[in-house]
Design a protein around this ligand. Structure first.
Ligand SMILES: *Cc1c(COP(=O)(O)O)cnc(C)c1O
Length: 384
């Protein structure tokens, strides 16, 4: 039994997005090389970001598809997500982005994960874990260049790093940072973070840290400035077929997820009557409503009430009244022949019309990331 509100996850689109990003990186760096432009002359590798259940798409299936498509490293938010992927049979290196301070570190060793070390304390804990096992653990070092979340502060590395770099059982594989404003073209912090990161990399040289690779770019930074590609880029959102607003891209990306349902009832509402909780919508003409069995328990934000649209019979129908836990209602007065059982598209294409997570996010003042990640756990994902 599958309820009729389902998410279709197109693994073919995922693979094609992964390859489109690769092709873009290869092409742009080729142009840098031949035209003598600034920016890298060698295409960076890709760390495919599958944290948060692969942005709601289902981490196990997405990770397996990316591995098959040739991904050489995946990234997750925490040890638990990494262990889940290993348990499901993923074999490529898995980088853990998040803090380790309150986690059980055994997972790093038992499941061969690559940790990010973002504090001296995490370094101590992993060094002693590795020593106890007689192992050498490869890690990525995180530098805080201005995000002010995790990472070693960029301005006192000479003091904070030597002990970590001297750890007998830890091997530095990469150094990275994360941008706070890559998707805000006018913001000066981006440029500041870029130069601070380059300075930090020089400091590592001065401290005699061995060879290692560098990475910094999320989707927005990847699109914005090839000078921050370094050796690897770390796209998440682009893989899922969406471009972070307000940026644009020439890459042929396709949204991986679509969300559909079916109309369970069609009913008439008279002038002056209200619809749903709070009576927020009042009919000012005779209205035909479609009742759709998808609500905030499925991840559809309550703010979509009176602000969003769905697709019915190839046309846009406005969501009216409140989005409730299990249902929402759309005005189909102007659409001919709507009946019970008709397909409703909440995200995706119907005929020549489309709604994607970026547009839905825009209706309610959020970002597409939140739309994707919040897709409810009871929504069946099926994979094609
Ligand atoms: C989530 C995340 C990314 C990917 O971000 P997108 O904007 O989805 O490309 C990259 N790096 C880090 C450290 C992240 O946490």
């Amino acid at each position: 039994m599958v309820r009729c509100t389902t998410a279709r996850v197109d693994l073919g689109a995922l693979e094609s997005n992964f390859k489109a990003i690769d092709a873009y990186l290869a092409n742009e760096s080729g142009l840098n090389r031949s035209a003598g432009r600034g920016g890298p002359a060698i295409a960076p590798g890709t760390i495919a970001v599958v944290k948060a259940n692969a942005y709601g798409h289902g981490a196990r299936r997405v990770a397996a598809a990316l591995e098959t498509a040739g991904a050489t490293m995946l990234a997750v938010a925490d040890i638990e997500e990494g262990v889940d992927l290993r348990t499901s049979g993923i074999r490529v290196p898995i980088l853990v982005f998040g803090a380790l301070s309150v986690s059980d570190l055994d997972g790093v060793f038992d499941f061969d994960l690559t940790p990010t070390i973002s504090s001296p304390a995490a370094g101590h804990a992993l060094q002693s874990g590795a020593a106890k096992r007689g192992a050498t653990l490869r890690y990525h070092l995180k530098i805080d260049t201005g995000m002010n979340r995790l990472g070693f502060r960029h301005d006192n590395l000479h003091r904070t790093l030597p002990e970590l770099l001297d750890s007998a059982n830890l091997a530095l594989e990469a150094v990275h940072t994360h941008f706070g404003t890559a998707d805000e073209p006018g913001h000066t912090l981006f440029e500041m973070q870029r130069t601070r990161f380059e300075t930090a990399c020089r400091t590592l040289d001065e401290l005699g840290a061995g060879p290692r690779v560098r990475h910094a770019a999320n989707s927005a930074a990847l699109l914005r400035d090839s000078r921050v590609w370094f050796d690897f880029v770390r796209p998440g959102l682009l893989l899922y077929g969406l471009v972070p607003a307000p940026l644009g891209s020439t890459m042929p990306l396709k949204p991986v997820m679509s969300l559909t349902s079916r109309i369970v009832a069609v009913k008439g509402v008279r002038v002056g009557e209200t619809v749903g909780y709070g009576g927020r919508f009042t009919a000012d003409r005779p209205v035909t409503l479609a009742v759709i069995p998808a609500g905030y328990a499925d991840g559809l934000d309550r703010r979509l009430g009176d602000h969003g649209f769905v697709l019915v019979r190839g046309r846009r129908a406005k969501i009216v009244g409140a989005v409730s836990m299990d249902m929402l209602t759309a005005d189909v007065t102007d659409i001919e022949g709507v009946g019970t059982g008709d397909e409703v598209v909440l995200l995706g294409m119907q005929g020549d019309k489309a709604i994607d997570a970026r547009e839905m996010a825009d209706w309610i003042g959020t970002i597409p990331y939140e739309i994707l990640c919040r897709l409810g756990s009871r929504v069946e994902r099926y994979y094609v």
